[in-house]
Design a protein around this ligand. Structure first.
Ligand SMILES: [Zn+2]
Ligand SMILES: [Zn+2]
Length: 192
């Protein structure tokens, strides 16, 4: 058993017990193993009780080991220590950065969803390989929400491609109809 997650997102928790994963609070008593390899910075073990320390002994095959009672530092002392050890500037908990990047991502998604306006003008002067022939023309989130509300079903992304292709065909017919009528404005009555 290595020590996958000894730190916790809970700010009042100093470490998680390496055996039972229970939180060890700041200023609480806990136990460390007397063996030096169990105390290396990256793989240090922390135990909430002697019993939890006992549990790791057969795993580590210690011959001569004991549990050392220790007291967890105060939160302030711990943070000061972390700030001293970390290169300057990175003392900030990374959590905040994660939140920020999520916000950025969701903004990108929003704008993707919002942008496919019906590209009327592009259809008029489009060429064979025009990207307008591949663009998604429906508001994906709204279409998915509609299908969900109607049926509770999920919607595969391919549906949006198929719907967009059909909308293009309908638009092409409407363009023909408007043009055949001598108009340069496509109207509702031009829709096939
Ligand atoms: Zn424990
Ligand atoms: Zn040990």
């Amino acid at each position: 058993m290595a020590s996958p997650e000894q730190t916790s997102t809970n700010p009042s928790v100093f470490r998680l017990c390496s055996s039972c994963k229970k939180p060890i609070a700041f200023e609480a008593s806990y136990y460390r193993c007397s063996v030096s390899t169990c105390n290396r910075a990256r793989v240090a073990y922390y135990f909430c009780s002697v019993g939890c320390w006992d549990a790791h002994v057969p795993e580590q095959r210690h011959r001569d080991a004991w549990a050392e009672p220790v007291k967890a530092p105060t939160r302030a002392a711990y943070e000061a220590e972390a700030a001293r050890e970390a290169p300057s500037g990175s003392a900030e908990p990374p959590q905040r950065r994660v939140v920020e990047s999520r916000v950025v991502e969701s903004r990108v998604v929003e704008s993707k969803v919002a942008s496919p306006e019906p590209p009327q003008r592009r259809i008029v002067d489009r060429r064979v390989d025009d990207p307008a022939d591949k663009e998604i023309l429906v508001v994906v989130s709204k279409m998915k929400a509609y299908i969900k509300a109607k049926s509770g079903f999920n919607t595969s992304d391919e549906v949006m491609e198929g719907l967009s292709d059909r909308l293009r065909r309908i638009a092409d017919r409407a363009i023909e109809n408007a043009g055949g009528d001598g108009r340069k404005t496509v109207m509702k009555r031009d829709l096939p």
